[in-house]
Write a protein that binds this ligand. Structure first.
Ligand code: GDP
Ligand code: MN
Length: 380
């Protein structure tokens, strides 16, 4: 989960990293007030969860309150790399003498954290590495021991940082590492870390939290925004279903991600196009099965649903009851093709036969199911 710049900056400030004075605006009235409080000379920063906002026009300077409002009028509601701008973070203009780069990120391959520093910041780290490879300093941090002081000193001396900035930069590096560990982040980045006449200030801030650790950070989870996520996907996510919308028309419900992928492949092989990926997971009960139908029925492009269940820990009779429930509670109008195989399959079929005869077409194999689904979709 990515935090917005303004959220990440709050965390930085709490840990002693200096940030410019600023506040968040969600409408023009607030924005005007904030611009006045900041003295008129401000930078407007679109709060969207994409990188490179500067180049894309999401970072603008204003020298007066009126011009800040004028810029904001255009910025609010505009699309930045596919994300609609709803919030603008306003900051006092700072005088930047140099732009540095500092980040600590999880390196899954090396099983460590990797600290990267460069005095050639302000641009993407990939670009820095390409243009000034000699200016990129990389230090591995073993999570068992954490960041050693000698490692910080190594960064400072390799980067030839002048001695009066040693203490300040070491403190920023240490704070960053502390934040990374405390919030279980995958990435903590300051780019640019601005060298100003008054010392170092984090002009930008990035924190990406490891999704698998989010349950330990309820306060952060509350900040979660589903930027750029489709409405159906949002609902599926809220229901805890593993759903990805695609642009086809054959709805897919399967248990297990591998099974869902294989089902999609078969639909493609049969000349059709899947409308989605939906894995209801191992051990899915009737309620989950019902929810799956609810999600798919929200997608107007779905012409037919192919439900492909191989019962291991998932019980076919439970799934069948879910389908019955879905028919009772939802207004299902699309044809349904069903393959039920494995644990309690006879019982499952009996339930479908008894309750939904003529409404659900039961097939023997997944190949047959995919073929039928593509065929049936043609008639719709
Ligand atoms: P990004 O493009 O999404 O990474 O957005 P940044 O927050 O890094 O802003 C891009 C660039 O805008 C920075 O590299 C700075 O050059 C400039 N910038 C951002 N904030 C300020 C500021 O307060 N004062 C000045 N002078 N420049 C700023
Ligand atoms: Mn930046």
């Amino acid at each position: 989960m990515k935090l917005h710049e303004y959220q990440a900056k709050q965390i930085f400030a709490k840990h002693g990293v200096r940030i410019p004075r600023g506040a968040l605006a969600e409408n023009l009235q607030d924005l005007r007030k904030i611009a006045e409080e900041l003295g008129g000379k401000v930078v407007l920063k679109a709060q969207v969860l994409v990188g490179g906002r500067g180049k894309a026009g999401g970072i603008k300077k204003a020298l007066s309150v009126d011009s800040a409002v004028e810029i904001a009028e255009k910025m609010f509601g505009s699309s930045l790399k596919g994300e609609i701008v709803k919030k603008i973070y306003l900051e006092e203009l700072i005088e930047i003498k140099e732009e540095w780069y500092l980040s600590i990120a999880l390196d899954r391959v090396e099983k460590c954290y990797s600290l990267i520093f460069s005095t050639a910041g302000g641009i993407d780290i990939e670009e820095i590495a390409q243009k000034f490879p000699e200016k990129v300093i990389k230090v591995k941090i073993d999570p068992r021991w954490g960041l050693w002081d000698y490692q910080t000193r190594e960064v400072l001396s390799k980067a030839k940082i002048s001695s009066e900035l040693w203490k300040e930069l070491s403190n920023v590096i240490k704070a960053l590492y502390k934040i990374l560990v405390e919030y279980e982040a995958e990435l903590v980045e300051i780019n640019p870390l601005a060298l100003t006449p008054n010392g170092l200030i984090a002009a930008d801030a990035k924190i990406n939290i490891d999704d698998n650790a989010l349950f330990r950070h309820k306060d952060l989870e509350a900040l979660r925004e589903y930027g750029g996520v489709d409405e159906v996907e949002r609902k599926a996510l809220a229901e805890g279903l593993n759903y990805v919308k695609l642009d086809g028309y054959v709805g897919v419900i399967a248990n297990g991600a591998g099974m869902a992928m294989a089902t999609m492949d078969l639909i493609y092989l049969g000349g059709g196009k899947p409308a989605n990926f939906l894995d209801i997971g191992g051990g899915a009960g009737a309620e989950t099965a019902k929810k799956a139908f609810e999600i798919l029925s929200m997608d107007k492009n779905v012409k037919v649903i192919f439900m492909n269940i191989f019962g291991g820990i998932t019980r076919c009779d439970e799934v069948a009851m879910g389908i019955v429930k879905a028919f009772k509670e939802l207004n299902l109008s699309v044809p349904i093709i069903l393959r039920l195989s494995g644990t309690n399959e006879e019982e499952g079929r009996r339930i479908i036969e008894k309750e939904l005869s003529g409404k659900v077409e039961v097939v023997e194999t997944m190949e047959e199911g995919a073929r039928r689904a593509v065929e049936v979709a043609k008639w719709q």
